[in-house]
Design a binder for this molecule. Structure first.
Ligand code: VGL
Ligand code: ZN
Length: 199
């Protein structure tokens, strides 16, 4: 069975000191780097927003980060400006063993729609092309690690299950934002979707 490791958004802005720092985000690096040596196929994702991205609270008059707004495609959490294309914050963490990766999928580059999942933008319709890449390479079994457990990792694993890949999340190689119960919700959704959760 052909398997791949999908490393989600291990970027400076999601690590301590970054614009949308995930607590302990940098602690996962040794484990992620080791896992990268154990898979023949390694894919990285990179959150990659234009400076005026609509998921930024700064683009919504009077709105505070971590509140929600209705967008055409549904509810959207507003974030501090982060992972702006070409910025230091958008770069991978300097300790990530990026040379192991064969593909880097950038996401969230369209101003009007966010993209948590590695497979679809937040409209749940616009594909990133990752599913086709993996299928063309005969990959059936996906392991997810990275940041953040309850947003980009969970949405990616849920889409993987929906697309009939086998999906595992290694939680020890992830860290969560945990906003208003989002981690618990992500856990229960992943469990019902048949995503395997490993320590
Ligand atoms: C993410 C919020 C906004 C993530 C990306 O990588 O989980 N979260 N953009
Ligand atoms: Zn983002």
């Amino acid at each position: 069975m052909t398997k791949a490791l999908i490393v989600i958004d291990v970027q400076n802005d999601f690590c301590p000191g970054g614009a949308l720092a995930v607590s302990g985000g940098d602690e996962i690096l040794p484990r992620v780097n080791t896992l990268m040596t154990e898979f023949d196929t390694v894919v990285l994702t990179q959150d990659w927003h234009p400076a005026d991205h609509s998921s930024f609270a700064s683009q919504h008059e009077g709105a505070a980060p971590f509140t929600q707004v209705h967008m055409e495609y549904g509810l959207q959490t507003l974030w501090p400006d982060h992972c702006v294309q070409g910025s230091k914050g958008a770069e991978f963490h300097p300790d990530l063993a990026v040379d192991r990766a064969q593909l880097i999928i950038r996401k969230g580059f369209r101003r009007g729609v966010d993209s948590y999942s590695a497979f679809f933008e937040n409209d749940h319709k616009t594909p990133t092309g990752l599913a086709g890449y993996l299928r063309d390479r005969g990959v059936e079994d996906l392991t997810f690690v990275g940041l953040a457990t309850d947003f980009c990792v969970a949405w990616s694993a849920l889409d993987a299950a929906k697309l009939s890949f086998r999906a595992t999340v290694i939680e020890g190689a992830c860290r969560a934002i945990d906003l208003d119960g989002s981690l618990q919700e992500a856990h229960s959704e992943m469990r019902s979707a048949g995503v395997k959760l490993e320590a």
